[in-house]
Design a protein around this ligand. Structure first.
Ligand code: PGA
Length: 258
C-alpha cells in the first residue's frame, strides 16, 4: 500500500517563535503516527535550518517553497538546490500558482527546476492547476495535463516516480477559494494518472504520488483521501495551526485502521 502524504506549506507566514512552537506540537503527533502516513512541512527559507534542527527528518520531511535551477552564480535573490540540501531539505515545491501568477514562473522554468531538483536528489513537488476560466470553459483536464507533461519533459524514465504532483485548482486555493468536490478532484487526478500511463506505462504511473491541494479542511480531508487517485493532501490555512495539522494526521491514520 502507498503512503498517505500529509503536507503543508506555510507560504509567507510565521516567525521563528511560532515555527518552533508548531514543530514542538506536531513532533509528538508525528511520533505516534503510523509509518504509512508521510508528513512534510514547507516553511519559508529563513526557517529551514531551524526546522531541520528541531524536527526529526526521518519522521517529517522538510521542503522549500522554491529554488533556482542553477547550482551557483550571479542570480541575485535566488536559492540553489545545493543550498537547500545544505539546510537539510529533501522536498522542493515547484510551480505553485501563486508563483506562476505573481512571480513569473512558467511551465518552462518549472521543467528546468524539476530537472535540477532530480539531478541533486531532491524530490520535486510540482503544483499544477486550472484557473476559474479554464474550469468554466471545460478545459481543466487539458490545462492540467499540459502542465504535467511540460513539467516532466526530459525527466528520465526511472526518475519519474521521484516526482510528486499536486493538483491545486487555482479557484480552490486560499481565502475566497471553493474547495474542489471529491468528484472534481478525482476526475482531474484520474486524468493525470491516465496521462502518466500514456507516457510511462501503468506500473510507473501507479507509483507516482498525486496530492490534492486547495481549501482542504477538517471536513473534506477524509473524503478526498478516500479517492482512488488521491494519495494525500497538500494544505495551507488549515494546517498552519498545529492542531489542524495534527487533526489531518489523525484523519490519515484512521484510513489505515481498516
Ligand atoms: P489553502 O492553500 O489550503 O489555504 O487553500 C493551499 C495551497 O495553496 O497549497
Amino acid at each position: 500500500m502507498k503512503k498517505i502524504w500529509i503536507g503543508t506549506s506555510w507560504k509567507m507566514n510565521k516567525d521563528a517563535a511560532s515555527a518552533a512552537s508548531w514543530a514542538a506540537a506536531v513532533e509528538q503527533a508525528v511520533e505516534r503516527s503510523d509509518g504509512r502516513v508521510q508528513p512534510f512541512v514547507i516553511p519559508p527559507f529563513p526557517y529551514l535550518s531551524q526546522m531541520a534542527q528541531t524536527i526529526n527528518a526521518e519522521a517529517i520531511q522538510l521542503g522549500a517553497q522554491n529554488m533556482c535551477w542553477q547550482d551557483s552564480g550571479a542570480f541575485t535573490g535566488e536559492v540553489s538546490p545545493l543550498m537547500l540540501k545544505d539546510c537539510g531539505v529533501s522536498i522542493v515545491e515547484i510551480g505553485h500558482s501563486e508563483r506562476r501568477a505573481m512571480f513569473g514562473e512558467t511551465d518552462n522554468t518549472v521543467n528546468l527546476k524539476v530537472l535540477a531538483a532530480l539531478k541533486h536528489g531532491l524530490t520535486p513537488l510540482v503544483c499544477v492547476g486550472d484557473t476559474a476560466d479554464e474550469k468554466k470553459w471545460s478545459v481543466s483536464v487539458e490545462s492540467v495535463v499540459r502542465q504535467v507533461k511540460i513539467a516532466l519533459f526530459d525527466v528520465p524514465f526511472d526518475k519519474v516516480t521521484d516526482v510528486i504532483l499536486a493538483y491545486e485548482p487555482v479557484w480552490a486555493i486560499g481565502e475566497g477559494g471553493t474547495p474542489a468536490t471529491k468528484e472534481e478532484a478525482e476526475t482531474v487526478h484520474r486524468a493525470i494518472r491516465d496521462a502518466l500511463v500514456e507516457c510511462y506505462g501503468q506500473e510507473t504511473a501507479d507509483s507516482v504520488v498525486l496530492l490534492y491541494g486547495g481549501s482542504v479542511n477538517l471536513t473534506n480531508a477524509s473524503e478526498l483521501l478516500d479517492q482512488v487517485n488521491i494519495d494525500g493532501v497538500f494544505v495551507g490555512r488549515t494546517a498552519w495551526d498545529a492542531e489542524g495539522y495534527v487533526e489531518l494526521l489523525s484523519i490519515a491514520n484512521s484510513k489505515l485502521e481498516h
